[in-house]
Design a protein around this ligand. Structure first.
Ligand SMILES: Nc1ncnc2c1ncn2[C@@H]1O[C@H](COP(=O)(O)OP(=O)(O)OP(=O)(O)O)[C@@H](O)[C@H]1O
Length: 271
């Protein structure tokens, strides 16, 4: 349903040219929950921007239900890392969640239903009339998630959404995202640089190399669907999967001879 075909992105700057991603190809099936994991600077955000039509690839294409993505598609919602900047501070929680529904021209009665349901689903019914700045970071990220869910997207893209919250809140939000995925069956791509998070959350982990980025591995996560922060993470199978992802990320890059720093961006030209 969502196909990434041979996507490559080269940023052409005044003083340097950076090949951020090189020839990425994968497909997400309808209702699938996949994680994309890779080191810092491996082009994860670049790829999400291309998948959501915010950035054009240098080569290749993204297809949603067979249709080429060349601008933000109506069936897609994104949750960014920086929740503080993605919510409007002068609007209440409700109004923030409702805004995209107004833009989508959803009728008022249905808007109210969707807003009530999604705010309750993320556990914020009590604070629906508060303003974002009156809430903790974790609560603000819940508002951003509620807004994405209320939109009833076909595809939900999440770009390191829990990177800025504390460990306990992060664990709660991980379980919340799994609950919501079970409930709404949205096709989800969750980007993270946290290996444990990528193994815990989804049905599949797509492992990216450091820049210039290629897909290193595509790992089926065969953990039981019922996950628990304590028991799942301490299971032998979790440890095996984690080790496999770790090894793939840290495997030396034989295809780039002479690379001294595996995390350095691939500068392919200096003007
Ligand atoms: N607008 C831009 N112009 C030039 N280079 C860019 C631009 N955006 C990203 N890059 C470069 O492309 C590479 C990939 O960046 P990107 O932000 O996509 O990686 P990332 O995996 O999301 O990183 P992180 O995990 O640190 O957020 C980096 O080397 C970065 O410097």
């Amino acid at each position: 349903m969502l196909e990434v075909n041979g996507v490559k992105k080269v940023y052409e700057g005044k003083s340097r040219t950076v090949e951020a991603v090189r020839n990425l190809t994968f497909t997400l099936q309808e209702g699938e929950f996949a994680c994309l994991v890779g080191p810092s600077g491996s082009g994860k955000t670049t790829l999400l921007k291309i998948m959501s039509g915010l950035l054009d690839p240098t080569e290749g294409e993204v297809l949603l239900n067979g249709k080429k993505v060349d601008g933000p598609p109506p069936g897609m919602a994104i949750v960014f890392q920086e929740y503080g900047r993605s919510l409007f501070p002068w609007m209440s929680v409700r109004d923030n969640v409702e805004l995209p529904l107004k833009q989508k021209k959803v009728a008022a009665a249905r808007r109210k239903e969707l807003v009530d349901e999604s705010i309750a689903a993320v556990g914020l019914a009590d604070v629906h009339s508060a303003y974002p700045w009156q809430l903790s970071g974790g609560m603000q990220q819940r508002v951003a998630i509620a807004r994405a869910i209320a939109y009833e997207p076909q595809v939900l893209l999440m770009d390191e959404p829990f990177a800025a919250v504390d460990a306990q809140t992060r664990a709660d939000l991980e379980d919340l995202v799994r609950d919501l995925w079970h409930r709404f069956q949205v096709t989800t791509l969750f980007v993270t640089h946290d290996i444990d998070e990528s193994v815990y959350l989804g049905q599949r982990v797509i492992v990216l190399s450091s820049s210039p980025t290629v897909i290193r591995d595509d790992v089926a996560i065969d953990l039981p669907d019922e996950r628990n922060q304590l028991h799942t993470r301490s299971s032998p199978r979790f440890a095996e999967l984690r080790a496999r992802v770790f090894e793939q990320i840290h495997r030396p890059k034989e295809e780039t001879p002479g690379a001294v720093d595996p995390h350095a961006p691939a500068v392919i030209g200096q003007n």
